[in-house]
Ligand binder design. Structure first.
Ligand SMILES: [Zn+2]
Length: 759
């Protein structure tokens, strides 16, 4: 056995005739037959063959001691079978012992700054190699330091299944936590999908070796470095401890078995498992959930979407959509697809998930994370609704697809259930109820999820944690004003159409108003475009003007005035422009390129702002409005004072010089809270703190709208009984409002935000 792993200190385990040699005493020409050298592998080259066909493998060893000395590293060359054996098991970072080597002059010593000799290791020379099983120490997550490389254990609190990142590498994001309650987010890259941790659900336990720690924004982060390796274990208490790994050589001690058991027990009572799993029979419209299923068919729809036909043995209680594809484009067993037609659902996956979806094998078992069900109705029959299944692009909330191996416990359970489904029944009885199926296969995981969410709160307080909860009936019978910490469930909320919750608020006169929609702005722009730009006011000391004719649109002209700084034009992304005569479409286009746009019209003497029903400023997708009541508009010339300074074009600054009282975007919602002792309506009035979503951006971002929909879906899942709703921890205050002659008591939520693991 030329390569034999030794577990412990080499001195006590190596043959007694061997003596350790230090690099400083190593010389060419001396007999080294009874010497051994111990070092750490700092570099290893790929296994190759020499011209004569002999296997060849080269590594660089660093002497453990004196490692600061300049020649503390030495090249070690392996030949023949030893090269082959070592090439397969030796990794960077390993410690190893070589014995019975030949010493030769290193031809590259002048260039590589290593020892002037190198070691030649081969069976012919009577060499032996002993990789020393390393004794790993694991750093608790509250002891991490910037710039170190460490080994860690943790329970998975959040993860994104591997996705193809910008290059060709796969990327996975994992947030882990341990008993110290400190969490660490790790961004892991690898060209090989199998080298990334095989995490299937929140609560799985991971072991990372050689992960690099760095501090960013006062938070520790983990990133993959050289020699990174991982093992993943099922997080279920009592499940067999079998690592998921593609590596054939890994160490695992009994002590570590204990570490995993302790972490499992801790995680079971301390980790909120959000990312609910559900069966198709549990599906409600407007739900985000994780689905475990089998792929029975797939087809390309277009470049950016791909169809997956899946089933899980249960029947979706709502009619679901069928995505039309050419019969010839559909891959999968047509007979089976027809047989299962009442149980199969069609899922459309988009953008970054398409490539992975294409590579999936029909018949494989999948977990699809953060799948979205949407209610839709047929165009010609608005009263007939059905459910659509979408896996949207992007990776927020861990959205993605993961193939589960056949030996996964959830897959085994699923297969057993699928085998028990009577297909002839599902074929003939169109309305097989999900209740019947529930009898056979209860949706255990879904129930345990809601049970756990019942204990943990889906919102957190940002202050006042020291206060005790007050029951709602106590609050309802108390004097006003006061402040309370409460724990209650969100029975219902208004508005149900979330975009309607965004309003414009003036902090000066306390007025609230609806956000004007694009059509209003379009009308104002069309009105302005009717009169031609006045060339007299073009080009001034502080702006340059350009006028364009519109093609095929009669006489309409667009004037763009570029504001200068120090007599010079700036880069478009730093520039404020004033636009006259542009239509909404053109203004939107310009706002993608220029930092700020102020829509204007021209009078005989000057440019001027439009009516305040229109936004006075557009920045990217955000439209800024002013209060009609509180603004005291100044001339457009006032802007020139801002242009003189190094202009950063802050909306508040622009509003100030123009004499405009800016309106702020806010979420205004009414939450009906119930804690079992009573119920009250509390207002949520929030700019961005509660949802961690800026109210100013939500109307123009479908991604943010979707995110908000998802959050509300977790806070108040549709069709859920009060008992099964999650708890909300909130801080509320009571206050009096005078409504004519009557005094009314109101409640407002503040210093509260949605818990991070919900987002
Ligand atoms: Zn006002």
């Amino acid at each position: 056995m030329p390569v034999q792993v030794i577990d412990g200190a080499p001195e006590t385990l190596l043959p007694s005739h061997l003596q350790k040699v230090d690099l400083k005493y190593l010389q060419w020409g001396c007999d080294q037959a009874n010497k051994y050298f111990q070092g750490t592998v700092i570099l290893s080259y790929p296994l190759t063959k020499l011209v004569n066909g002999t296997e060849f493998f080269k590594i660089v060893l660093q002497e453990s001691e004196n490692s600061c000395s300049k020649t503390s590293t030495i090249n070690v060359l392996f030949f023949g079978r030893l090269a082959d054996d070592c090439g397969k098991v030796v990794h960077q970072g390993d410690t190893m012992v070589v014995a019975g080597f030949n010493v030769a002059k290193s031809p590259s010593a002048n260039e590589d700054d290593r020892h002037c000799c190198h070691l030649e290791v081969s069976e012919d020379a009577g060499s032996a190699v002993y990789p020393v099983a390393p004794k790993y120490t694991y750093t608790p997550l509250n002891h991490l330091k910037d710039g170190t490389i460490v080994n860690l254990y943790g329970a998975v609190k959040f993860f994104k299944p591997p996705y193809i990142s910008k290059g060709t590498d796969y990327c996975s994001v994992v947030t882990i936590v341990d008993q110290s309650n400190v969490k660490l987010t790790c961004t892991l890259f690898n060209g090989n999908l199998d080298a990334l941790p095989k995490i299937y659900k929140i609560g799985d336990i991971v072991r990372f070796h050689r992960i690099k720690i760095r501090e960013y924004n006062k938070q520790m982060q983990g990133i993959t470095g050289i020699g990174f390796a991982s093992l993943t274990f099922d997080g279920t208490v009592g499940a067999p401890i079998v690592p998921r790994t593609s590596s054939k050589s890994y160490s695992f001690t009994e002590e570590e078995q204990k570490t995993i058991e302790e972490l499992r027990t801790w995680a079971a009572s301390n980790l909120s498992v959000c990312g609910p799993t559900a069966k198709l029979s549990d599906v409600q419209p407007m739900l985000f959930f994780d689905l475990t299923c089998q792929l029975v068919g797939k087809a390309e729809v277009d470049g950016s979407s791909f169809l997956l036909k899946v089933w899980d043995g249960t029947k979706c209680p709502h009619p679901s959509w069928k995505v039309l594809v050419e019969e010839s484009d559909l891959e999968g067993d047509k007979v089976l697809i027809h047989q299962l037609r009442n149980l199969i659902v069609d899922i459309l996956v988009y953008d970054n998930h398409v490539k992975l979806a294409k590579s999936l094998k029909v018949g494989s078992f999948l977990r699809i994370y953060s799948l979205h069900t949407k209610q839709a109705s047929a165009e010609n029959q608005p009263d007939v609704s059905y459910v659509e299944f979408h896996l949207h692009g992007g990776t927020c909330y861990g959205r993605g697809i993961r193939v589960l191996p056949e030996n996964n416990p959830d897959v085994k359970e699923l297969k057993a259930f699928m085998d028990s489904v009577n297909l002839t029944e599902s074929q003939n009885v169109e309305s097989m109820s999900s209740m019947e199926l529930d009898g056979i296969f209860s949706n255990l995981s879904y129930q345990s999820y809601s049970q756990r969410c019942q204990q943990l709160s889906v919102t957190v307080l940002t202050d006042h944690q020291h206060l005790d909860d007050t029951a709602l009936n106590t609050i309802l019978n108390s004097s006003v004003p006061q402040q309370y910490r409460i724990r209650a469930k969100l029975r219902t909320f208004k508005p149900q159409k979330l975009y309607q919750s965004v309003k414009l608020y003036c902090s000066k006169c306390n007025s609230l108003q609806e956000v004007p929609d694009g059509d209003d702005f379009d009308l104002i722009l069309r009105d302005c475009a009717a009169s031609a730009p006045n060339p007299e006011v073009h080009n001034s000391l502080w702006y340059d003007s350009e006028v364009w004719d519109t093609e095929n649109q009669g006489q309409r002209k667009i004037a763009v005035h570029f504001v200068k700084h120090d007599e010079l034009l700036q880069e478009p992304e730093d520039t404020l422009i004033m636009v006259q005569g542009g239509m909404l479409k053109e203004i939107r286009k310009l706002s993608r390129r220029f930092k700020c746009i102020i829509p204007v019209r021209s009078t005989k003497e000057d440019l001027e702002l439009l009516d305040l029903s229109a936004p006075f400023l557009l920045q990217g997708k955000i439209w800024h409005y002013g209060c009609k009541q509180c603004s005291n508009q100044k001339t457009i010339q006032s802007l020139s004072s801002l242009a003189e300074e190094e202009p950063s074009w802050e909306p508040t600054e622009i509003a100030r010089v123009l004499g405009i009282e800016p309106l702020q975007y806010v979420f205004v919602m009414k939450f009906t809270l119930d804690d079992g002792t009573g119920a009250l309506d509390a207002y949520l009035f929030d700019y961005e703190k509660f949802f961690q979503i800026p109210a100013s951006e939500v109307l123009t971002s479908s991604l943010l709208q979707e995110k908000m929909e998802m959050i509300m879906n977790i806070l108040c899942p549709p069709g859920t009984k009060l008992d099964d709703l999650p708890w909300l921890e909130c801080f509320i205050r009571s206050y009096n409002v005078k409504d004519g002659m009557e005094q009314q008591v109101c409640y407002q939520i503040f210093d509260t935000m949605v818990a991070e693991d919900v987002i």
